[in-house]
Design a protein around this ligand. Structure first.
Ligand SMILES: [Zn+2]
Length: 87
């Protein structure tokens, strides 16, 4: 009977180590999961248009440079305002 005590003690130590290993495993898994989630959140948003905005000198509306009408160094929102401004 006296020998059973150390064996139980040893088994308890082994079970404790297993529980500790499982806990470490769970902890690593949780940290890995949250790190992954942060990585997904870091995905860049839709690229912001780098196109310049220009202002129609006739009516003052802002519009992308590619859609503006350039005449004699001045931008217009359309051909109509270019003609109105120059007349
Ligand atoms: Zn205009």
């Amino acid at each position: 009977m006296g020998l059973l005590v150390p064996r139980d003690f040893l088994e308890t130590r082994i079970v404790s180590k297993l529980v500790l290993l499982v806990l470490i495993g769970v902890l690593v898994y949780v940290v890995y999961r949250s790190a992954n989630r942060i990585g997904q959140r870091d995905v860049p948003a839709q690229p912001k248009s780098a196109e310049d905005m220009v202002r129609c000198v006739h009516c003052g509306v802002n519009l992308p440079r590619s859609e503006a009408v350039l005449s004699k160094g001045a931008f217009f929102c359309g051909d109509e305002h270019r003609r109105l401004h120059q007349s």
